[in-house]
Design a protein around this ligand. Structure first.
Ligand SMILES: *[C@@H]1O[C@H](CO)[C@@H](O)[C@H](O)[C@H]1NC(C)=O
Ligand SMILES: *[C@@H]1O[C@H](CO)[C@@H](O)[C@H](O)[C@H]1NC(C)=O
Ligand SMILES: *[C@@H]1O[C@H](CO)[C@@H](O)[C@H](O)[C@H]1NC(C)=O
Ligand SMILES: *[C@@H]1O[C@H](CO)[C@@H](O)[C@H](O)[C@H]1NC(C)=O
Ligand SMILES: *[C@@H]1O[C@H](CO)[C@@H](O)[C@H](O)[C@H]1NC(C)=O
Ligand SMILES: *[C@@H]1O[C@H](CO)[C@@H](O)[C@H](O)[C@H]1NC(C)=O
Ligand SMILES: *[C@@H]1O[C@H](CO)[C@@H](O)[C@H](O)[C@H]1NC(C)=O
Ligand SMILES: *[C@@H]1O[C@H](CO)[C@@H](O)[C@H](O)[C@H]1NC(C)=O
Ligand SMILES: *[C@@H]1O[C@H](CO)[C@@H](O)[C@H](O)[C@H]1NC(C)=O
Length: 774
């Protein structure tokens, strides 16, 4: 029956195309819209919402008045991109302006947003979280055994060794996902590691009707999705390395968790309608954790596809990890500052890629380098060129190592490197006190960056030698680098402009020079002009930090199946490390390696510590009602809130701008106020005892200059496990704070000395505002 119908439809389709041929103007003006509908007014005659949406589209179609009813119905089904089930009450469709206007007058129409492209969060292409076989969290969670991590990304390269299913548990009986066949992808390519593979591109194709999809399947032709998914849950691969850098056994954070890939980012572009459809499907399929290393800057919550789609995920108890973005180090640049997800900043590892220079006098000096060409060269003449600015002189040097100094910031350094690398010399040694050098060392030209002190040794040698020369060895990996972690400069900073009431980012995870799986047929770099291929690649970005946190969430989900997503987030936040491996406060690389400690607007509560998060003592729980109360306290209309929550009614009888969040942000930003005016900011929190039954906690607050912080009561005595107790925190300060950002920490410590439950407190004079960016 279906087949016959298709033949009929096919004929109608031809008519339709003929018709369109004469109305290319309206076709060229079509755009994709995500349309929210009020399900409560759906007429009873419809079997379900899908039929209702089709009928609504048929009635507004531009061809409705011209063709027969079946033409209109067929046109409607070609206009409808997706009927959403969980994440949105509504659908997405490709509409002309007049169709959109007609739709706005249809019964049940609430609102619509125009489609947007969304980008993944990797910057430059160039285990350290305490996870060892002995670590409590791997033991308690059995390495994330049986948890399903879904990723919305560029796809998966199923042949990667990181997706081998050796030692993997059976696919969960509750799993409803699929391994969809497509171009160069059969359903037999999935296994007990990669258990789901689906792809979404209807929205992209509707927006670019002439586009050719080069790989119409879940197969990854970019590499990003293979990298992020293996970071979260890759299986063990022995002998992994990147041309000798970072050698060892590779594994994801939750090596026994399953991976489900939802490809919605394409080489040809992306569409929010596809991303929402991917998340909708992941919810239907039954993922436990979602890792979303993408986002869109400058959107209010009610227009942000990630915010809309993840509210339903949270309601279904799915933990969502997202990337903060790579627009740092300027404040209020982060995206995904959404109250019901985890927002992850990127930090450095304690690992450095080096070259070792050995001078003619035998002295060896290490400097950062990430050169992929020859692994060494010996006894090359070395010359000192000071500023390396005169391109004419540089060209005449020939096959020598050139030493440059005087670069104090990224512009100087990139000028020097450009001059030297275009001069056909053997190698360049750059002396600088600038330490945010990650973006300069990933290079097809041998760049070695050394400190001022080592630089002086090199210059002294050159000046005192008749025929100075040096040898170099590349591809050295140094572990145990101090200090680490540090906040990367690219990691986007809080506060969240889309929801300033909630302190973001939440946490930091490794996102700098991360080694993970890579498609073998996608070049990772060039050696001279020859493409280089590898099964692993080293990438940086909050895209790389997000799946680390998703992996940790998978371990916690397994160890504590009864915890809500907010409880898991709370455990990660309140147990994060605030000190680095020198036992100093974590630093921010920020603008040229500031010596100041990183603030919570840079790193959230600190570096995620999976073993501590397993047993946090207390948790700050939040449920969907609490998020709605928060939305009610902002300036969203009830309809806008319904768009976010996907609910057909909103109870705003009890608004609250005070979410039970494990961190605090207070604004002292009232400009034009009398200078002696002080204001009081008040926060109420409720903690649940998930540690020992009987226990008591005492509060302490680190001093914050110019502010009075008070906790009432400052003792909490629990009699039973799961008991909830409340307290109030107040911050009194000037109406307009002098400092942009002042911060401290509230610590609840138990009398047994076992638990330290730490919450960051930020006081700021900033007024984050949404600035829309492409
Ligand atoms: C799509 O292709 C048609 C036919 O080749 C052409 O007329 C039209 O301009 C193209 N549209 C775009 C947006 O490139
Ligand atoms: C991509 O594959 C799907 C499913 O196999 C198919 O329905 C669709 O028409 C294909 N799209 C393109 C552009 O080839
Ligand atoms: C790059 O090419 C050189 C020869 O020109 C070779 O010695 C070196 O091993 C190559 N590097 C890689 C990573 O293949
Ligand atoms: C070399 O340095 C000079 C002076 O800083 C600069 O003007 C020029 O653009 C540089 N050339 C290259 C190729 O970077
Ligand atoms: C670069 O230097 C090598 C020898 O060091 C020489 O053979 C080659 O021709 C030079 N290339 C250019 C573009 O000057
Ligand atoms: C680097 O040295 C220059 C010149 O001495 C100085 O102005 C600058 O502040 C230094 N930068 C850092 C990050 O130490
Ligand atoms: C959320 O928690 C509050 C108490 O904090 C409770 O009153 C409310 O019923 C809960 N809502 C849901 C949906 O569980
Ligand atoms: C809500 O709107 C009022 C009046 O327009 C404004 O004063 C207030 O700052 C707004 N609040 C937020 C959270 O945007
Ligand atoms: C603040 O300053 C104004 C003007 O200097 C003064 O009239 C007022 O009494 C002061 N208020 C307080 C609370 O000190």
């Amino acid at each position: 029956m279906a087949t016959r119908r298709n033949v009929l439809l096919h004929k109608l389709w031809i008519c339709f195309i003929t018709f369109l041929y004469f109305s290319t103007e309206s076709l060229s003006q079509t755009d994709n819209y995500i349309v929210h509908m009020d399900l409560s007014v759906m007429p009873k005659i419809f079997a379900g919402q899908h039929q209702w949406y089709l009928s609504t589209l048929a009635s507004v179609s531009d061809v409705a008045g011209i063709g027969t009813a079946s033409v209109a119905t067929f046109t409607a089904s070609s206009k409808l991109l997706y009927s959403y089930t969980h994440v949105v009450n509504g659908f997405s469709a490709s509409l002309t302006p007049s169709e959109l206007e007609a739709l706005k007058k249809s019964p049940g129409y609430i609102s619509s947003i125009k489609d947007l492209p969304v980008k993944h969060d990797t910057t430059h292409s160039p285990k350290y979280l305490g996870l060892t076989p002995q670590s409590p969290v791997w033991k308690a969670s059995n390495y994330g055994d049986g948890i399903v991590i879904g990723l919305v990304d560029t796809g998966a390269w199923p042949e990667s060794e990181s997706y081998n299913d050796h030692g993997m548990p059976e696919i969960p009986a509750t799993w409803r996902g699929e391994c969809e066949a497509g171009a160069q992808f059969t359903s037999s390519l999935c296994n007990k590691k990669l258990i789901g593979a689906r792809f979404f591109n209807k929205g992209l194709i509707a927006k670019q009707p002439n586009v050719t999809i080069s790989m119409n399947s879940t197969r990854d032709t970019d590499g990003h999705g293979t990298h992020t998914s293996s970071t979260a849950a890759g299986n063990y691969v022995e002998g992994a390395s990147y041309f000798g850098y970072s050698k060892g056994t590779a594994s994801g954070v939750a090596p026994r968790a399953h991976v489900a890939m939802y490809k919605a980012l394409w080489d040809e572009g992306s569409s929010a309608t596809d991303i929402i459809a991917a998340i909708d499907q992941a919810i239907s399929d039954g993922v436990d954790v979602l890792s979303i290393s993408l986002g869109k800057d400058g959107l209010p919550l009610n227009e942000d596809p990630i915010a809309l789609a993840t509210f339903a995920a949270m309601e279904k108890n799915i933990f969502v990890s997202t990337s903060a973005g790579n627009e740092g180090p300027i404040h209020a640049t982060l995206h995904n500052g959404i109250p019901w997800v985890l927002t992850v900043a990127a930090g450095t590892l304690d690992r450095e890629f080096d070259a070792v220079l050995t001078l003619g006098n035998g002295i060896s000096i290490a400097g950062s380098s990430f050169y992929l060409g020859s692994s060494s060269f010996s006894e090359v003449p070395i010359v000192f060129m000071d500023g390396c600015h005169i391109a004419r002189e540089m060209i005449k040097i020939g096959p020598k190592i050139v030493v440059c100094q005087g670069a104090f910031d990224s512009n100087d350094l990139s000028d020097q490197i450009e001059n030297v690398s275009s001069a056909n010399v053997t190698a360049g040694v750059f002396i600088t006190n600038f330490t945010d050098t990650e973006g300069f060392i990933s290079n097809g030209f041998p760049v070695v960056i050394v400190s001022l002190k080592d630089g002086k040794t090199i210059i002294d040698y050159i000046k005192n030698s008749n025929s100075p020369q040096a040898s170099a060895e590349f591809r050295k990996t140094n572990l145990g680098i101090k200090p680490a972690p540090r906040v990367t400069s690219f990691s986007s900073r809080g506060p969240s402009a889309s929801c300033p009431l909630v302190m973001k980012p939440d946490i930091m995870a490794p996102g700098s020079l991360i080694l993970a799986a890579w498609p073998q047929n996608i070049a990772v770099g060039l050696n001279k002009s020859q493409p280089l291929f590898s099964n692993f690649n080293i990438l940086s970005g909050t895209s790389m930090a997000c799946p680390h946190a998703a992996g940790v969430a998978a371990l916690l989900r397994k160890a504590h199946p009864d915890w809500s997503p907010a409880a898991i987030r709370s455990a990660m936040v309140t147990t994060a490390d605030t000190t680095d491996n020198s036992m100093e406060p974590i630093k921010d690389i920020g603008f040229g390696n500031r010596i100041y400690p990183a603030s919570p607007l840079d790193m959230g509560a600190g570096q995620v510590n999976p073993n501590n998060a397993l047993d946090p003592g207390l948790i700050y729980d939040v449920n969907s009602t609490d998020y709605v109360r928060l939305l009610c306290a902002t300036n969203f209309t009830e309809k806008q809130i319904q768009v976010i929550t996907g609910s057909s009614s909103t109870d705003c009888s009890n608004p609250s701008n005070d979410l039970n969040y494990p961190s605090f942000i207070a604004y002292f930003n009232e400009k034009n106020s009398p200078s002696n005016l002080t204001i009081l900011r008040e926060f109420h929190r409720t903690v649940t005892n998930v540690g020992e039954g009987i226990c008591s906690y005492t509060a302490s607050v680190t001093p914050m200059s110019g502010l009075k912080v008070n906790v009432m009561p400052d003792k909490l005595a629990f009699k039973t496990k799961y008991e909830k107790l409340s307290y109030k925190l107040t911050i009194e300060g000037p109406a307009l704070l002098d400092e942009k950002v002042t911060f401290g920490f509230l610590v609840w410590a138990d009398s047994g000395g076992k638990y330290v439950v730490r919450s960051p407190i930020v006081a700021t004079s900033l007024s984050p505002e949404l600035s829309r960016k492409k």
